[in-house]
Design a protein around this ligand. Structure first.
Ligand SMILES: [Zn+2]
Length: 338
């Protein structure tokens, strides 16, 4: 347990920030090129990178916004994060949040799923771990993650038999899927660091979902490998020697980092693993429902266009394909790869 500065911050700071952002913003110019705090870059220049639906491979992946991805092969389903409640910004800043069970059930219905074998949380912030335990509860899955994630599971009444704390390098098998958990580092500027040390019973302030351990998760399937690397940071050398085909690469807040940082991130995660396809995640505005089209985060939080330009430059030089996933649609993550 440790106390972060954010826990003692009064909402007045947040209100002042929001007011200044609104005052500085231009009404009706949601995608203006003016870099005012509540404006945001347009997705339009990057539409050509949108991933097309594809089926036929042994593994089907469905993106559910932020870092949430469902992987299934017809027998076994594995879920990364599964954050679909996506409460609005004002509620997150000033109110208390809870998993939206109806929305989670509707997600399962829409995906045609009644059983998931494992749900893993990349770390324990609410945009990764708010809904994961409820997905586990509704589908009989085991919830995988840090001790903090286990306490979030206990807070919604998940039995200890459905909780599994995973260590660095631990390998777990589910059907034909083999998962390896590798400790990583949260993206710079972590607002809610530290750990969740007791069962976290919602509703609670969003700041109660503290980071815990951050993982990069290798998913092996019949000789192919996917890396789910949700948080845009790295542990130097941690991925060296790991061969990967496809990376679900987190780019949240990357647009605010220095060129040197983005280059190092690319080198340590993409180059180090030899991946030939990166599917970018954690770039969408997760204060907005998944029922609406995705849009990038406002400039107050990130600059998606800057991230894209830098990543596209590195990807072109290294012969790596860049894709932007589209929610809900079925995709074969390995399609077209040699
Ligand atoms: Zn986080």
């Amino acid at each position: 347990m440790c106390r972060s500065r954010s826990s003692s911050r009064t909402p007045l700071c947040l209100i002042a920030f929001l007011l200044s952002a609104v005052l500085l913003s231009v009404p009706g110019c949601g995608t203006s090129s003016l870099r005012l705090p509540l404006n945001r870059p347009s997705l339009e220049p990057f539409r050509e990178y949108e991933q097309q639906p594809s089926t036929g491979g042994p593994v089907e992946a469905r993106f559910l916004g932020a870092t949430s991805v469902l992987f299934q092969d017809g027998e076994t389903a594995i879920l990364s994060d599964g954050f679909v409640t996506r409460p609005g910004l004002l509620r997150v800043l000033l109110g208390r949040i809870s998993p939206d069970r109806e929305r989670i059930q509707n997600t399962l219905t829409r995906l045609g799923l009644d059983s998931i074998v494992a749900v893993f949380a990349g770390h324990s912030h609410y945009d990764h771990a708010l809904d994961a335990p409820v997905f586990a509860q509704l589908t009989g899955a085991v919830l995988l993650g840090s001790p903090s994630t286990a306490n979030i599971g206990r807070g919604v009444g998940l039995a200890d038999s459905a909780l599994r704390v995973v260590g660095d390098g631990e390998v777990l098998r589910f059907g034909k899927f083999e998962l390896t958990f590798l400790e990583s580092v949260h993206s710079p500027g972590d607002r809610y660091p530290c750990t969740v040390d007791e069962p976290l019973v919602p509703p609670a302030r969003s700041s109660a979902w503290r980071t815990g351990t951050t993982y990069s998760v290798l998913i092996r399937y019949e000789g192919r490998t996917i890396l789910v690397h949700g948080s845009a940071n790295y542990k130097p050398g941690a991925l060296r020697g790991r061969r990967v085909d496809v990376i679900y690469l987190g780019i949240g807040t990357l647009g605010r980092q220095s060129d040197a940082f983005v280059d190092a991130y690319w080198d340590e995660v993409v180059r180090a693993t030899g991946a030939k396809r990166v599917i970018l995640v954690h770039w969408d505005d997760f204060f907005r429902s998944l029922d609406q089209p995705l849009r990038p985060m406002p400039y107050a939080m990130d600059s998606f266009a800057d991230s894209m330009q830098h990543i596209l430059r590195r990807a072109t030089a290294d012969g790596v394909e860049v894709l932007l996933p589209v929610p809900w649609q079925p995709t074969d993550p390995f399609t077209g790869l040699p």
